[in-house]
Design a protein around this ligand. Structure first.
Ligand code: UDP
Length: 236
């Protein structure tokens, strides 16, 4: 039994690169599609926002001499590439998926519209919302907070490479401990970098809870959707 009727799943672009260090790892993509199919088969309505860090990030582009706004636009295009890749993998797995984009680029994707997205979700299609917010200086975390709120998702599921939110970076600090749950205020007060401040503040102001979990562990997405305490729950 699914605990949620409608979810917004945030996937980072970086996790799509798998062990390659760049681009799209076909195996990882297929594995993600299989996990998404599992919950689609349970009747969960699924909106997805995917990052672009495996291809291009505006901020690092700017550090390398690119114009920031053009760099961010390149980053948004990177999210469109990842969205197409995921929709293709979902199609191959027998899951109907459509890509909507925050920036007009038909026929690559349909221009995003809240009501069209909800109609598709209610028909059982997975809706992948590309290009983040469509604006520079934002991230796909903020894009996923925004879309999660707009499509009236019950929860944002943030699939990452770590199994939740820690007191410090567990890859650098062996004494770091994991939170089972934490409030938005504490995330902000402790300066925990689970999402950027804008994204966390938007979820807080609009009461969208977040479950942070390790998406690289097959079966975890289903466990979270079934209500198992996998990862860290961020709440008001
Ligand atoms: N981006 C943007 N506006 C948005 C979302 C993303 O300009 O609303 C750009 C930004 O340059 C960002 C890049 O797209 O660095 C890729 O997104 P993000 O870094 O969030 O990807 P992730 O870290 O999740 O892979």
């Amino acid at each position: 039994m699914a605990k949620f009727k409608r979810i917004l799943l945030k996937l980072s672009g970086e996790s799509l690169q798998g062990r390659q260090g760049y681009g799209i790892d076909k195996e990882r993509l297929t594995e993600y599609a299989a996990q998404i199919k599992e919950i689609a088969d349970m009747g969960v309505q699924i909106g997805i926002v995917i990052g672009g860090g495996n291809i291009f990030r505006g901020l690092s582009g700017a550090a390398g001499g690119f114009d920031r706004v053009k760099g961010d636009q390149m980053g948004m295009l990177a999210t469109a590439i990842n969205s197409l890749a995921l929709s293709s993998a979902l199609g191959a797995a027998g899951v109907k998926a459509r890509v909507m984009t925050a920036v007009r680029m038909e026929p690559i994707g349909e221009f995003y519209n809240k009501w069209k997205a909800i109609e598709a979700l209610e028909r059982g299609e997975v809706v992948i919302m590309a290009c983040g917010t469509g604006q520079p200086y934002f991230t796909t975390d903020t894009g996923s907070s925004l879309r999660g709120i707009e499509i009236e998702a019950d929860v944002m599921l943030k699939g990452t490479r770590v199994d939740g939110i820690y007191t410090a970076d567990p890859e650098k600090d062996p004494t770091a401990t994991r939170f089972d749950d934490i409030s938005y205020d504490e995330v902000l007060r402790r300066g925990l970098r689970v999402m950027d401040i804008t994204a966390t503040a938007m979820c807080k102001e609009n009461n969208l809870p977040i479950q942070v979990f390790n998406m690289d562990c097959p079966g975890n997405l289903r466990r979270v959707v079934e209500g198992e305490a996998v990862g860290t729950f961020v709440h008001p």
